[in-house]
Design a protein around this ligand. Structure first.
Ligand SMILES: [Mn+2]
Length: 424
């Protein structure tokens, strides 16, 4: 199914009068409204190929209908999202779940939807069919060199797929660790992992980046070999200039100050990518902004401040991706909500009066500093985000139009009620 421009125009026509009134009202109070709208227009969030189907928990999975059955249909789904919001212009592939059979055809299909290929994701946390050696006791950390080599070779293979598609980065997330004290020698596990990553690093093209993603726990529950940002930064620093830390919002211990982590990684020039989701307890993979919107804003506030401080391009210099699992909602509606939440937090961060904040900080004026941040957070910036959509030909209300057009029932008609997305 495709959404054509006329359907969007018709939808926008109905909402335009209200939107114009709200935007003009807000713009009167905001001298930089136009600049913010342009930044929102430019900002793109990559959609991972595994987020388009229904996820599950370790207790079960309740599948939805009309899920994409192959890579082509996953690209088509992201094409639908991008048509609705014009902010989801990239796809992040997971290998081996989405190995392209015909690179040229996949590239052509993606460009028809105006999509580019974001970071490639390798997988050494599962054993694949026909795989010679098992990752049960880890991959890059494994005590057996042959297992480590298998993991390295897989990552090099993923880079090769990425080169064919025009991707420029590799994200490595390792499930490696241990579940019981004494199971691992920490130093040996670290050294093995570092040496394996060095071999992958050596295979990176000149203009590529490698992102080392960390996670505090799960599936291992005693130790994780890339467990926190400090460990990730150690690997990234030892690897070299093309290696960066990747922050996934759900991969911290409870109450971690993620905004401070982001700030310091940016200061060191070592923040490479970002995975959005939300959580109440652990790696809950809930819709971005659904539980802790203020934290999301504070993180964006540090991102904007830190990137501006280094003269970085907000849209290109970091990898932005959603990494969530949709168990209750329609995955496409959930992704539309997530992108919206990201843009809202970004717009709020752009509103922060940096000069006034610096002044308040210099004067130890704690009350004023809080007022400045919360003034931005409490500003309803939705008319700015909608304005960006209006100007790019996206829908003023993407979720509403998704429902009005009956997208899901159309997909079920095309693909069937009992489809299961590949991968999960
Ligand atoms: Mn992630």
């Amino acid at each position: 199914m495709n959404i054509d421009k006329n359907q969007i125009a018709e939808h926008n026509q109905q909402l335009e009068a209200v939107q114009n009134r709200r935007f003009n009202q807000l713009a009167e109070d905001l001298p930089n409204a136009e600049t913010i709208v342009q930044k929102l227009v430019d900002f793109q969030v990559a959609i991972p190929s595994w987020a388009l189907g229904t996820g599950g928990t370790r207790f079960g999975r309740f599948s939805g209908g009309g899920e994409p059955r192959n890579l082509e249909e996953k690209i088509a789904d992201i094409g639908l999202l991008h048509a609705l919001n014009r902010s989801s212009g990239a796809i992040s592939l997971h290998i081996p779940w989405d190995i392209p059979e015909d690179y040229a055809a996949i590239r052509t299909l993606a460009s028809q939807y105006d999509l580019s290929f974001d970071a490639m994701n390798s997988n050494t946390f599962q054993d694949q069919q026909g795989q010679a050696l098992s990752y049960k006791f880890g991959s890059m950390q494994h005590v057996d060199k042959a297992v480590r080599k298998q993991a390295v070779d897989h990552n090099i293979d993923v880079i090769k797929h990425g080169i064919e598609l025009g991707s420029k980065s590799l994200t490595v997330w390792l499930a490696d660790g241990s579940s019981f004290p004494g199971q691992l020698n920490f130093r040996r596990a670290f050294q093995n992992t570092l040496e394996s990553l060095q071999e992958v690093y050596a295979a990176l093209p000149e203009d590529w980046k490698i992102f080392v993603e960390y996670k505090a726990f799960e599936p291992n529950f005693y130790s994780t070999t890339v467990g926190d940002w400090g460990q990730s930064l150690l690997y990234a620093s030892k690897l070299g200039d093309k290696a960066y830390t990747l922050v996934d919002l759900g991969h911290h211990l409870p109450n971690a100050n993620i905004e401070q982590i982001v700030s310091l990684l940016l200061m060191e020039g070592k923040l490479g990518g970002f995975h959005f989701n939300d959580s109440k307890y652990g790696d809950d993979d809930l819709t971005t902004g659904s539980i802790k919107p203020y934290q999301l804003f504070l993180i964006f506030s540090e991102l904007v401040e830190g990137m501006d401080n280094r003269g970085m391009d907000h849209t290109k210099d970091l990898g932005w991706m959603i990494d969530a699992s949709h168990n209750l909602k329609d995955p496409l509606e959930d992704l539309l909500q997530s992108v919206e939440a990201i843009l809202i937090a970004y717009a709020q961060a752009l509103l922060v009066d940096r000069a006034a904040l610096t002044e308040a900080q210099s004067a130890n004026d704690v009350v004023r500093a809080q007022e400045i941040l919360q003034h931005a957070f409490r500003t309803d910036v939705r008319p700015l985000v909608a304005e960006a959509r209006k100007r790019t030909g996206a829908a003023l209300n993407p979720v509403q139009l998704f429902r009005e057009l009956g997208v899901r029932s159309q997909l079920i008609k095309e693909r069937g009620a009992k489809t299961v997305a590949t991968g999960l």
